[in-house]
Ligand binder design. Structure first.
Ligand SMILES: [Zn+2]
Length: 432
C-alpha cells in the first residue's frame, strides 16, 4: 500500500476509469499527448465534489480487484446528498508511524467512538492499512450511549481512544464516573471536527497521560491528509489548524488559496487534482518541536462556499437559520451572520454563538427576546436536537444577538482563531 508515481496513476486512470476519460476529454486533456511527467500536473483539469456527485457511485468507481474488500465511507453529511466512496485500505501516514514508534507498546486496546456508518471504513480500511497492532483488542463504542461505551472501555481496558474532540471531552467525565479514569488512556486519535485551542487544552488536561494525534482528513482520500500531535508546540503557536501534511501519499497544491490534492493510490475513485474546497496556506521546511523530520505543513481554513459548519457536536446551517427567521419576517430580514467561538469551561467544551441580524425596524429589547426564543425553540442544531436543548444541557451558551441595519447576505463565521491566518485572503465568510 505504498504510493505510486503520478505517471502510473494517470495511466491507470486513463485506462480503467470511464468517468475520468469522459471528464478529461470534455476538458480537452489527453494524457497520451499532454502528460509527460510530474511537471505536467498543472495541465490536468481540476475535479470537484460536484463532479463526483454528478454520477452514481458505480460509474465512477474502478472495482477490478477480487483480492480485497471495498469499505464504504461517506462524506460528513452536511449536504443533503453525502458523497459515498469505496476504499480497500487506508494508507499509512509517515506521521502516524512516527507517533506509533514513540508510543510503542502503549496501544493494546482500541475503542472507536464514532457513528457506525463512519466506523465501517475506519475499521475495515484501517485494518488493511495495519493501523491496529496485531494482538490488540478493537471495540466499537456508541456515541449516543457514552455510559455503555465507558462500560466497554472498562471491560476491554481501553488505552487507545478514537473520537471527535467534543465526544472525547464529554466521554472523559463519563469514564471518570464509571470508574475507569481517563488517565488510563495513553493514546488519543482525534478526528471529525475543526479543532480549537480550547479543545486542545481541555483534552490535554482531561487525558493527562495520552499522546494525542489530531487528524485532518477527508472521506475521499486514502489516508489522512495532515496530522499533528500533542507534542507539536511549534504548530500550536502557528494555528490550531496547522498540520504536518502527508506529502508521501499526496501531492498538495494551493490554487487560488484553495487546496487541490492528488492521492498517489489506485483508489476505486482515483483523486487527481481534486479540489477539496478547503482554504490552505502551505509552508515548506518547517521544523517542529515534536521531532518529526523537517517538512511541509498546511494551515487549513474553512471550506469556501460551504453553507454549514460542524463544531462541538453540532451543525449550523444557513438555510435552517433562514427558515426560522422567516417566521419573523415582519420583524427581521433574512440577513445575518453567525459567529461561532469555542471555549473551555471546567471539564466542558462550549460553543458561543453571536448572531448579528438586520432588523426591519429599529430593534428593541423585546425584539431581542423574541428572536432568542424562536431560535431556541425552532432551530435544529443536530438531526433531532433543538438549540434550546443544547443550551439547557450546557453545551451551547445562551445566544447573543446584535443588530446591523445595513448588513446584507447570510454567513456562518468559524472561530476567530481558525480564520486568523486567512485574514488577508479576500473572502472570509462561508456561505455568503
Ligand atoms: Zn509536530
Amino acid at each position: 500500500m505504498e504510493p505510486i508515481s503520478l505517471a502510473e496513476l494517470v495511466r491507470y486512470t486513463w485506462k480503467y476509469s470511464d468517468f475520468y476519460r469522459k471528464f478529461w476529454e470534455q476538458h480537452g486533456f489527453n494524457p497520451e499527448k499532454d502528460f509527460h511527467g510530474d511537471n505536467n500536473l498543472e495541465k490536468i483539469p481540476i475535479l470537484t465534489k460536484e463532479d463526483l456527485l454528478s454520477v452514481p457511485l458505480k460509474h465512477r468507481s474502478i472495482l477490478r480487484s477480487r483480492d480485497c474488500h471495498y469499505f464504504l465511507d461517506i462524506s460528513s453529511g452536511t449536504t443533503k446528498r453525502p458523497l459515498v466512496i469505496l476504499k480497500p485500505y487506508h494508507a499509512m501516514s509517515p506521521y502516524f508511524r512516527f507517533i506509533e514508534n514513540l508510543d510503542k507498546g502503549l496501544r493494546s486496546s482500541c475503542l472507536i467512538l464514532r457513528p457506525p456508518t463512519y466506523a465501517t471504513a475506519f475499521l475495515g480500511a484501517g485494518l488493511q492499512g495495519q493501523y491496529f497492532p496485531l494482538g490488540s483488542l478493537i471495540s466499537l463504542g456508541n456515541t449516543n450511549d457514552l455510559i455503555f461505551s465507558a462500560y466497554l472501555a472498562k471491560e476491554t481496558e481501553t488505552d487507545w481512544l478514537m473520537a471527535r474532540p467534543s465526544d472525547a471531552v464529554r466521554f472523559a467525565t463519563i469514564l471518570e464516573q464509571q470508574g475507569y479514569p481517563p488517565s488510563n488512556i495513553m493514546s488519543l486519535y482525534i478526528t471529525g471536527e475543526p479543532l480549537t485551542l480550547a479543545a486542545i487544552s481541555l483534552l490535554k488536561r482531561l487525558y493527562p497521560n495520552a499522546t494525542t494525534l489530531y487528524v485532518y482528513a477527508m472521506t475521499e482520500g486514502p489516508s489522512s491528509m495532515g496530522l499533528r500531535s500533542s507534542l507539536c508546540a511549534t504548530l500550536d503557536v502557528i494555528s490550531p489548524s496547522a498540520y504536518h501534511l502527508d506529502t508521501h501519499n499526496f501531492f498538495f497544491e494551493a490554487v487560488n488559496g484553495l487546496s487541490v490534492v492528488t492521492a498517489l493510490h489506485k483508489m476505486p475513485t482515483p483523486l487527481i487534482r481534486y479540489s477539496t474546497g478547503d482554504r490552505i496556506i502551505i509552508k515548506d521546511d518547517v521544523e517542529c518541536s515534536c521531532g518529526f523530520p523537517k517538512g511541509t505543513i498546511g494551515i487549513i481554513g474553512p471550506r469556501a462556499g460551504e453553507k454549514s459548519y460542524k463544531i462541538g457536536g453540532y451543525t449550523f446551517q444557513t438555510e435552517e437559520i433562514r427558515r426560522v427567521l422567516q417566521k419573523l419576517s415582519d420583524l427581521v430580514t433574512g440577513d445575518f451572520t453567525l459567529q461561532i467561538e469555542q471555549v473551555a469551561d471546567s471539564a466542558r467544551l462550549l460553543n458561543l454563538l453571536h448572531f448579528v441580524i438586520r432588523p426591519v425596524n429599529n430593534p428593541t429589547p423585546f425584539l431581542t427576546q423574541i428572536i432568542a426564543e424562536i431560535l431556541e425553540q425552532e432551530l435544529y442544531v443536530a438531526s433531532s436536537q433543538l438549540l434550546g436543548d443544547a443550551i439547557r444541557q450546557g453545551l451551547i451558551k445562551p445566544i447573543e444577538i446584535g443588530y446591523d441595519t445595513a448588513f446584507k447576505g447570510c454567513s456562518i463565521l468559524p472561530p476567530t482563531e481558525i480564520m486568523k491566518p486567512f485574514h488577508n485572503t479576500e473572502k472570509n465568510a462561508i456561505g455568503k
